[in-house]
Design a protein around this ligand. Structure first.
Ligand code: XMP
Length: 193
């Protein structure tokens, strides 16, 4: 274990089990939505679009979509809110163009963590302008005590207390995304910023 890790909050086995449950639930709900539209969910290729919000959702999304036995496509967006050595949100900002082909599709926004809600509010408001068939939000972690925006989160892996966490895609200053567990860092791992 890296010396700057204080403790493991959620280990890899719990993450894996929960991500599989979420993938199965999403596939069930989306297949039902596609069937309700009058299409075959196993055959129709362009009804469901998964939109991971990079960079943090990269690892979660990679596991989640492989737990979804159905036809879907991927579009990536990049948003930043915790630049550099920061553990306080500086407000969400788009760092890439939003895909322009979401009209009439079932869109699932995937993020690593729902904190103040500014990231998901920003992206879901922009997606809504394209008139998709539906918008769902799916996050691995939720910090409910930190919410500042009214966001409906349809799929939430774990609710956690207000503590800065890293691992499984989440970073501090660009590091620790590769850790397989969700962990808390020792206080001396953080630099001023
Ligand atoms: P908002 O406030 O927009 O935050 O809901 C969502 C984004 O903020 C980042 N974030 C964190 N990143 N450890 C991290 O590594 C954390 O504890 C944490 N809390 C929020 C994250 O990028 C997320 O997409």
């Amino acid at each position: 274990m890296l010396p700057e890790i204080d403790r493991i909050l959620i280990d890899r086995e719990r993450i894996s089990q929960r991500v599989h449950e979420m993938g199965e639930q999403l596939a069930k709900d989306l297949s039902e939505a596609v069937r309700t539209d009058g299409h075959d969910p196993l055959a129709h290729p362009d009804r469901v679009v998964m939109v991971p919000i990079l960079t943090g959702a990269m690892v979660f999304a990679a596991d989640l979509i492989r737990a979804m036995p159905m036809k879907l496509s991927l579009r990536l967006v990049t948003v930043s809110s915790y630049p550099g050595q920061s553990t306080e949100s500086k407000g969400a900002a788009m760092r890439s163009a939003l895909p322009a082909d979401l009209a009439d599709r079932h869109v699932v926004l995937i993020d690593d963590i729902l904190d103040t809600g500014s990231t998901l509010k920003l992206v879901s408001d922009l997606v809504a302008e394209q008139s998709p068939a539906s918008i769902r939000c799916c996050v691995l972690l939720d910090k409910p005590d930190r919410r500042q925006h009214d966001i409906r989160c349809d799929y939430n892996g774990f609710s956690i207390p207000d503590e800065f966490v890293v691992g499984y895609g989440l970073d501090y200053d660009g590091f620790y995304r590769n850790l397989p567990d969700i962990v808390a860092l020792r206080p001396d791992a953080f630099r001023a910023g």
